[in-house]
Ligand binder design. Structure first.
Ligand code: FMN
Length: 496
């Protein structure tokens, strides 16, 4: 059903019958205006980080140039690769005047990497990070937040570095919206990394300014419901906010946001901004293979499942992945069962060893272990000492190699390993495909990250306006669907 054009010009007011007028509703108005001002953004839309550089320099640049914010997917990359990306992003952003951030992922098994990433960010003046997978407050997080803290001549606290923490549990909201813990401040002071004055100033600021409530999403997820966690987090923020005034706390929403109605639901619940993830992986700018994007473009909402995670395999942690077109989820779960049931590779039944060699590693297990050992020799030799003492740890290292490689095979479209592709993905992907079917965003080459974002925000604002219309008049379009439109058409409606 078509809605008359006059409702689509979102920057104009629309006089209705009697004395009622629908005010202008440009998409920027959907989010928190202070948030936009504080972060220097035009629109309340963020592209969450996607590991291994999937949220690439190109993706972060494209969304930044459109007045939104993207996070470079630093997780899983070596420091040198992150640094290369940062240098390119900094140069382009300075020339073209846009904002960008980087991911800071908690690495419980590689604490040096987490600390090294923070030092890299500080060296390059990265002033916004999306902090994720944290189970508590760590020293590198506090180091990042407190670096450069000072008061200006008027006595106002200046905090150069901003943390946007992505969490799904209320306890963490409390921790991130509290000042950095004093034992960690003391440690930094003892290490000469902050002064006594900075340690004192830090007791007056929250560790993070923004918290993204992450509901059921692609990749690592607690599979929580947005309608439950977002209001709960906003409640906690409202309780803690007065102590930091005039500094503000913001709560955004992530998980399952794929189309205008979902975006409007998040804003209506009070989200200061929204964050998308899964839907960006099949966009032109995402750094993954065309094969992966083609599989994603066919996904339906139920084509996803949970599978063992490479980084926290031994703890039984899982990630949400695509199940259509790959056998990875089944195979990853098999590895976890074997790990639970056997104490060493040698103890595995012959049939299992044969299956692993043929279908998982494409090589006899001894050779596969040798490759794994070579990797750890270069990156983390202590793991090999432990594996020599503990055969179960050896098994975990080998299985984690499969889990790690399976996402690389997908990104590089390794034809030999197509059945082992690991593709992180949430239900949002299927919802998005259904929304864009037969529209200008259906073909993969048309899925540009900024056009996707603009369509979602434009649609959400239009729906919000039609909701107001429904409240004020008898006019309504109950079966109205906001169809994706070409960028030029949206531009016309927004400018007109
Ligand atoms: C392919 C992929 C990789 C991801 N990698 C990361 C990551 O490295 N760090 C992170 O904080 N979040 C990561 N995420 C989560 C996203 O940043 C975002 O929070 C999430 O995808 C939003 O939910 P949605 O998938 O339902 O849109 C990833 C998501 C996907 C789909």
């Amino acid at each position: 059903m078509l809605v008359p054009d006059r409702y689509c010009y979102l920057s104009r007011s629309v006089p209705l019958a009697d004395t009622v007028t629908l005010p202008p509703l440009p998409p920027a108005k959907l989010g928190d205006q202070h948030f936009l001002q504080d972060l220097g953004l035009a629109l309340p839309y963020l592209c969450g980080a996607m590991a291994d550089g999937i949220s690439s320099v190109d993706l972060v640049t494209a969304i930044g140039k459109a007045g939104m914010l993207g996070f470079f997917g630093a997780a899983g990359l070596e420091l040198a690769a992150i640094e290369d990306a940062i240098i390119t992003l900094k140069t382009t952003a300075a020339k073209q005047g846009f904002r960008f951030g980087c991911n800071l992922i908690h690495s419980p098994f590689a604490p040096k990497l987490e600390a090294g990433t923070v030092e890299l960010y500080l060296r390059h003046g990265i002033d916004i990070v999306e902090a994720s997978a944290f189970m508590g407050v760590t020293l590198p997080l506090v180091r990042y937040r407190t670096a450069g803290l000072h008061k200006d001549p008027a006595g106002k606290i200046v905090v150069p570095n901003r943390i946007i923490a992505k969490v799904s549990r209320a306890e963490l909201v409390q921790s991130f919206f509290s000042p950095p813990p004093s034992p960690l401040l003391k440690t930094l002071q003892a290490q000469g990394l902050i002064t006594t004055t900075q340690a004192e100033i830090a007791t007056h600021i929250p560790l993070a300014d923004c918290i993204t409530a992450e509901a059921d999403s692609g990749g690592h997820t607690d599979r929580r419901a947005l309608v439950s966690i977002l209001p709960a987090f906003i409640r906690i923020a409202a309780q803690l906010a007065p102590r930091y005034l005039p500094r503000r706390l913001y709560v955004g929403a992530a998980g399952g946001i794929a189309e205008p109605r979902a975006a409007l639901a998040a804003f209506s619940m009070g989200a200061a901004y929204i964050v998308s993830g899964s839907i960006n992986q099949c966009c032109v700018e995402a750094k993954t293979s065309t094969r992966v994007k083609e599989l994603l473009a066919q996904a339906r909402p139920a084509d996803i499942t949970m599978a063992a995670a490479a980084d926290m395999f031994e703890m039984g942690i899982q990630v949400q992945v695509l199940k259509r077109g790959t056998m990875f989820p089944m195979r990853a779960q098999r590895l976890y069962q074997l790990y639970r049931n056997y104490d060493s590779l040698a103890a595995l039944p012959a049939a299992e060893r044969k299956n692993l060699a043929a279908n998982f590693f494409g090589a006899p297990l001894d050779q596969a272990w040798q490759d794994t050992a070579n990797y750890f020799q270069r990156h983390d030799p202590q793991q090999l000492d432990r594996a020599a003492r503990d055969p179960k740890h050896q098994m975990a290292l080998l299985f984690r190699t499969y889990l790690g490689k399976s996402s690389q095979w997908a990104r590089h479209d390794d034809a030999e390993h197509r059945l082992n592709f690991q593709i992180w993905c949430g239900a949002a992907m299927g919802d998005f495909n259904a929304w864009v079917a037969d529209s200008c965003l259906a073909p993969l080459p048309q899925r540009k990250v900024a056009d996707v974002a603009t369509n979602i925000l434009f649609g959400a604002a239009l729906l919000a306006r039609l909701n107001m219309l429904r409240l004020h008049t008898h006019e309504s379009w109950p079966d109205f669907q906001v169809r994706p439109r070409p960028a030029a058409e949206i531009e016309m409606f927004l400018r007109g």
